[in-house]
Design a protein around this ligand. Structure first.
Ligand SMILES: *[C@@H]1O[C@H](CO)[C@@H](O)[C@H](O)[C@H]1NC(C)=O
Ligand SMILES: *[C@@H]1O[C@H](CO)[C@@H](O)[C@H](O)[C@H]1NC(C)=O
Length: 190
């Protein structure tokens, strides 16, 4: 019991400090080596800024309804409606702007009281030093509030063991069609 506790404490103290940069798609042995080097490295703060384009209409929608309850569309909050997305993440608010990555995952209307969605999305970066790395975003998104705060609960590649906060603010929305551009600020440590 004492030994186990000790091992857990050591593991926790190792998780506190994290290294800077490493490759992607490493073998389990390489991952273990990286993990063991944790107590020799410092945590790094990364700040990201991008625009998320939820495109539900037109010739190339990237946000598609994949499930709904039989009364979702008659519900004032669209309760139960679920979209799968592969939305572009860009540097500027207008398309085409330089693409930094994609938001791949799902969101769904999860409140019976207001228009609020759950977000379960992998931010997959495709540019520069973050190319191939991901951040896992999970949170509650009350889409008509000015600022929505969501969690960064993990990551891969240069973002291994990341944790942080994403703040979303609507840049523009077409309330008839549902298309939206949302500005994101992400701050993460890993
Ligand atoms: C919706 O689904 C419920 C549960 O399956 C069913 O009882 C109800 O009759 C359905 N309503 C409509 C309008 O189809
Ligand atoms: C990102 O990585 C992929 C796969 O390694 C590569 O094909 C692509 O050219 C890279 N993109 C940039 C912008 O560096």
């Amino acid at each position: 019991m004492g030994k186990l506790l000790c091992a857990i404490l050591i593991l926790c103290s190792m998780v506190m400090a994290m290294p800077a940069v490493h490759g992607i798609a490493e073998s389990p042995k390489d991952v273990e080596k990286w993990f063991e080097s944790l107590n020799h490295a410092k945590e790094k703060v990364t700040k990201l800024h991008f625009y998320f384009h939820d495109i539900q209409n037109g010739n190339n929608p990237t946000s598609i309804t994949v499930a709904q309850a039989n009364n979702s569309l008659s519900s004032p909050t669209f309760f139960g409606l679920i979209n799968m997305v592969d939305n572009p993440l860009t540097e500027g608010p207008k398309l085409p702007s330089k693409q930094l990555g994609r938001a791949q995952g799902m969101f769904g209307a999860s409140s019976m009281e207001e228009q609020s969605v759950f977000m379960n999305i992998n931010l997959f970066f495709t540019d520069g030093e973050f190319n191939g790395s991901t951040l896992a975003l999970l949170g509650r998104n009350s889409i008509f509030h000015e600022y929505r705060e969501m969690s960064i609960v993990g990551g891969s590649g240069v973002f291994r063991l990341a944790r942080g906060i994403a703040t979303a603010k609507t840049y523009s929305i077409n309330t008839n069609l549902g298309d939206a551009v949302v500005e994101y600020h992400v701050i993460a440590i890993c």
